[in-house]
Design a protein around this ligand. Structure first.
Ligand SMILES: Cc1cc2nc3c(=O)[nH]c(=O)nc-3n(C[C@H](O)[C@H](O)[C@H](O)COP(=O)(O)OP(=O)(O)OC[C@H]3O[C@@H](n4cnc5c(N)ncnc54)[C@H](O)[C@@H]3O)c2cc1C
Length: 270
């Protein structure tokens, strides 16, 4: 599938943190592209029992599918590929350059490798959510802490790295190794990015009709008021979607640590 030439936000890594961050930036109206290579490490989990909202737990691969679907429904573009390097654009380096309106504000150009072919994507913002690869950030001089075989990206308390326009989220930033923490961090980092951008924003809230307007307040940017009919339509859709997802056992095999079985993804032969 073709890559877009440019985007507002490039999220590197379509795992828990990346897909959550992308859902927030896309809902705020920023063109968002997630580039993912491989699988979330959560796919190795045998039954996910501490993620909020699932009282009897949930198959971790199904949970990943739900994050995926949620991102797509919120207009996130997703592509497979490995981000191998990111450079600053000439514009970011202060040069006067001729360019199309498309990608005009891009500060970065990312190289993405898919099946031996390299394509480039111009972007204004980057969210690195690519546990456990930070090597593609080296050319940008993002501050990274080397810890043996692992590399952790340094971020401030809101997810900004040492380079303006570059953010990082999830385990890659040395957050606790839990899915809910990665998701929450993804959301927090996305909100920071949105506030740093020129998007007018208050909160990402859906409220009943009149919640603001009946108090003679404008609906704040980022918020939406919906009437009873629309609320009921959305609830119905949500029930149908979830029923379908939970109708059958997840088809993908259980994963384990790849060093334990002769399968590059660690799939168990059950
Ligand atoms: C065996 C096991 C069991 C676990 N069980 C639980 C549990 O019960 N409960 C819980 O809360 N947590 C559990 N975890 C932890 C949880 O899986 C992680 O904390 C969480 O997935 C981290 O989210 P993340 O988005 O930072 O990384 P990930 O979800 O791993 O996502 C990172 C994504 O980035 C991709 N990527 C990497 N480099 C690149 C690149 N250069 N370009 C493009 N894409 C790239 C990766 O392939 C991956 O898809 C478990 C982990 C393991 C290993």
């Amino acid at each position: 599938m073709e890559f877009p030439n440019s985007t507002d936000v490039l999220v590197v890594g379509g795992g828990v943190a990346g897909l959550t961050a992308a859902t927030f930036t896309a809902r705020a109206g920023l063109d968002t592209l997630v580039v993912n290579d491989g699988e979330s490490i959560l796919n190795r989990n045998a039954h996910l029992e501490n993620i909020p909202g699932f009282p009897a737990g949930v198959n971790a691969r199904l949970f990943g599918d739900l994050l995926d679907e949620q991102a797509s429904r919120n207009d996130v573009t997703q592509r497979e590929g490995r981000v191998v390097s990111i450079e600053r654009t000439d514009e970011a380096n202060g040069a006067e350059t001729e360019h199309d309106a498309d990608g005009e504000d891009a500060w970065f150009v990312a190289s993405v490798e898919t099946d031996g072919t390299v394509e480039t994507v111009r972007t204004r913002f980057i969210v690195a959510a690519s546990w456990s690869d930070a090597d593609y950030l080296d050319e940008l001089d993002v501050t990274i802490r080397d810890a043996g075989s692992k590399r952790y990206v340094d971020v401030d308390e809101c997810g900004r790295t040492s380079v303006e326009g570059v953010y990082a989220a999830g385990r890659l930033t040395e957050k606790y190794h839990q899915a809910v923490v990665a998701a929450g961090h993804g959301a927090e980092v996305a909100l920071t990015l949105i506030h740093d951008s020129d998007v007018a924003y208050y909160h990402d809230w859906v409220t009943p009709e009149g919640y603001f307007t009946d108090r003679e307040r404008e609906v704040p940017p980022g918020c939406e008021e919906i009437d009873a009919e629309e609320r009921s339509r959305r609830e119905q859709e949500s029930r149908e979607v979830m029923r379908e997802y939970f109708a059958d056992p997840h088809p993908e095999p259980q994963r384990t640590h790849p060093s334990l079985v002769d399968d590059e993804l660690g799939r168990l032969d059950e």
